[in-house]
Design a protein around this ligand. Structure first.
Ligand code: ADP
Ligand code: MG
Length: 697
């Protein structure tokens, strides 16, 4: 149970002073479906505006933020024949003049705010234009009464469409009033030594800063919060790991009879790193301890085959294996890869997703329970309580970061001392492996399978999309198959689907009968038939939202067009691009961006043009992520921490890991004096699965 002291933080944002159901609505776009007070507080500012500069106009220096005390002198509404022109308002303080510029503003509203002759305080960025001082869209306009409430130092928050600074800072200020004063969980000597504030104070410094240094990246407050998060993560991992180690494992040593048949059935030779990975996993499975291993490999590096050979090992030992994928498409893709090989080797394979229903489902469940299925492939449907195995010995979890720790445990709980292999297509830098997976064993597939050709990656402005389409005409004549990925406009499937649909209609007119559409709102069977049509070549252009992101394998597809490429994260673009370049033909990836291109987005696209090395891309991704300009946290390819930017606070990670080990060595059940506070820390960062292991003893 979550400690009641945390309740104020876990209540919905609607409960904040001044927020109702309606005003909280835009916050959902920024903070997720059911934002809580905690989510507001953990949405940390990305910068600071300093409004302490209050010069006379004559002394004001353009280029910075200033707050001016002025009187309104003239109002120039846009001329009748140019209604789009800005409204200009001239203000003065007796030492000079500044023109305030409002584009597309409601004239009445502006005049009400700034009537001629009124005294106002105007705060915003001062610029020099045509030899005149001007301020475009002042950030704050207040009268005498408002001035007393104008914060001198204001945090600036990362935003998303439809959410304003005003709204989020109002929410943050209200939320800052709700932070309970929690018992200190950190070691008092560490806190004193580093000069850290308490948790509550740290959050308040960031959201209600009194001076710019309070919220700077090097501030003690940020370090403290980053460390809180890292320590909670390391504690949780330590608990899960100890729990798994405690349950002793079983040895599943294979005799090689099925693996040999599988290898004979493979139409290709395994790469060196595939051979090594299989060898290591088989070694782990044969040991009496439980296996917890990560298999890292770039898109298309051939992880599925490795998983299959590993699963065959436990079947040789008379037991069962399960393979869990994050999406239905991917689960079916795995089945498609595995099935012909499995059949050649006499393995019995079945699939279980939300789509298997009624009689069919019952039959599958009965076969799994009776041991008549050797390998069960599926989605999260696999860890529903009703699924019972005869003797599950090995679970493969694909694309791990989409699943939480508890799901991994749920699947592992379906058998006796289940060995776990986690597969990820996002090459994860070593520091992050530690953060997210703890000290797991790691196998990495570095080589691409033989015969893969480099992908020609191009960056094109959306103003030239017609040329891209003309290029497709030529390409289709030579037999190409094309993925056309539509922009991630929002976090909502519905909106994404609409954008894809529009593009689909347009392309269908250009290429009648050759275009198909797949998106997240479609039903499973529908999706499959569309994918099948594309795989068989019945349709040649597949318009898609990011449903195709992971795992789909159509070797004939050799062109990938990604619209609004600037909106995708680096890891995601890399994954998408990995859908092509799998067959014999030369492949092209066209990254279409909407100008103007931001600096970070430009760097991202440049890196993609330069390299296909997933490990390098992962490192660059990590580096660029620190530079902000990220649209939504969920778009990033790596599992994210909320407060600790590993790039900046990475040095704290190792300290946190050591402290967690020491704490759990000394007090494995957290029953000592610091115990209750540390449990609170776990709940605060929502590591309740780990906390639950504590109460289980
Ligand atoms: P991923 O690592 O992305 O899951 P897959 O396992 O889906 O990659 O493999 C991608 C494709 O490469 C599949 O069609 C698979 O059959 C093929 N493949 C796997 N290993 C090799 C290999 N050693 N040589 C040639 N092709 C291979
Ligand atoms: Mg895969």
């Amino acid at each position: 149970m979550r400690p009641p002291a945390l309740n104020p933080l876990f209540s919905p944002v609607e409960t904040l002073q001044g927020f109702g159901e309606k005003s909280a609505l835009p916050l959902k776009r920024l903070l997720g479906d059911e934002p809580r007070v905690l989510d507001v507080l953990f949405h940390l500012p990305s910068g600071i505006v300093d409004r302490r500069m209050r010069p006379k106009i004559a002394d004001a220096v353009p280029g910075g933020t200033v707050t001016l005390e002025v009187t309104v002198e003239e109002i120039h509404a846009p001329p009748r024949n140019r209604p789009k022109a800005p409204t200009r308002i001239v203000v003065t303080d007796g030492t000079g003049w500044v023109t305030l510029v409002f584009f597309g503003a409601n004239k009445n509203y502006v005049e009400r705010q700034l009537p001629i002759g009124a005294k106002r305080w105007i705060s915003g960025r001062l610029e020099q234009y045509d030899g005149m001082l001007q301020m475009v869209h002042p950030e704050r306009i207040v009268d005498e009464a408002g001035l007393s409430k104008l914060p001198l130092v204001e945090p600036v928050y990362p935003l998303t469409e439809g959410v304003t600074q005003g709204l989020i800072s109002r929410a943050a200020r209200a939320a800052a009033e709700r932070i309970p004063d929690l018992a200190e969980w950190q070691d008092p000597s560490v806190v004193a030594g580093r000069g850290w504030p308490r948790f509550r104070e740290a959050l308040r410094h960031l959201h209600l800063p009194l001076q710019p240094e309070d919220a700077a990246p090097e501030s003690p407050s940020r370090h403290r919060l980053a460390y809180d998060e890292l320590l909670s993560g390391q504690l949780a991992l330590g608990l899960v790991r100890r729990h798994m180690r405690h349950q002793h494992g079983r040895s599943s040593a294979g005799d090689g009879r099925i693996v040999t048949k599988l290898e004979a059935a493979l139409p290709f030779a395994l790469t060196g790193s595939q051979v090594r990975a299989v060898h290591d996993i088989r070694g782990d499975l044969a040991k009496p301890e439980r296996m917890l291993r990560l298999l890292q490999g770039d898109v298309g590096s051939g992880k599925t085959v490795v998983a299959l050979l590993a699963m065959a090992t436990v079947v040789e030992a008379g037991r069962q294996a399960a393979m869990m994928a994050p999406t239905e498409i991917l689960a079916r893709q795995h089945l498609k890869t595995i099935k012909p090989l499995a059949e050649a080797a006499g393995l019995r394979v079945a699939i279980l997703t939300a789509r298997e229903k009624g009689r069919e489902r019952e039959a599958i469940l009965a076969n799994v329970a009776a041991g008549d299925v050797d390998i069960l492939v599926g989605t999260h449907a696999l860890f529903q309580e009703i699924v019972a195995f005869k003797d599950l010995a090995f679970a493969v979890v694909d694309e791990q970061h989409r699943f939480g720790v508890h799901q991994r445990l749920a699947l592992a709980a379906k058998g006796e001392a289940v060995d776990v292999l986690v597969m990820t297509a996002t090459p994860i830098p070593r520091t992050l492996v530690l953060t997210y997976f703890g000290d797991m064993e790691v196998s990495a597939l570095h080589e691409k399978p033989a015969g893969r050709k480099p992908i020609d990656t191009r960056v094109v402005s959306s103003e030239r999309v017609d040329e891209v389409i003309a290029g497709l005409h030529r390409a289709l004549e030579t037999g190409s198959r094309v993925y056309w990925v539509c922009p991630l406009v929002s976090e909502s499937d519905l909106v994404d689907a609409a954008a894809a649909e529009e593009r689909y209609i347009q392309l269908s007119m250009e290429f009648p009968g050759q275009v198909a559409l797949v998106h997240g709102k479609m039903r499973g069977a529908e999706k499959d038939s569309v994918m099948a049509g594309f795989a068989s070549g019945q349709t040649r252009i597949l318009v898609a939202t990011t449903v195709i992101e992971v795992g789909v394998d159509v070797p004939e597809a050799n062109i990938m067009v990604i619209e609004h490429a600037e909106r995708f994260g680096l890891a995601q673009l890399h994954q998408l691009r990995g859908r092509v370049g799998r067959g014999d033909a030369k492949s092209t990836c066209v990254l279409v961006y909407k100008p103007p291109l931001g600096e970070t987005a430009e760097k991202r696209l440049k890196i993609l043009r330069e390299t296909e090395d997933g490990f390098r891309i992962a490192e660059e991704d990590l580096r660029l992520r620190g530079e902000g300009e990220v649209l939504g946290t969920r778009q990033s390819g790596l599992p994210g921490t909320r407060l600790a930017n590993v790039e900046i606070y990475g040095e704290l990670l190792e300290t946190a890991r050591k402290e967690a080990v020491m704490l759990l060595d000394r007090d494995p059940h957290l029953t000592g004096p610091r115990g209750p506070a540390l449990r609170t820390l776990l709940y605060l960062f929502e590591r309740e699965e780990a906390a639950r292991l504590l109460s289980a003893g």
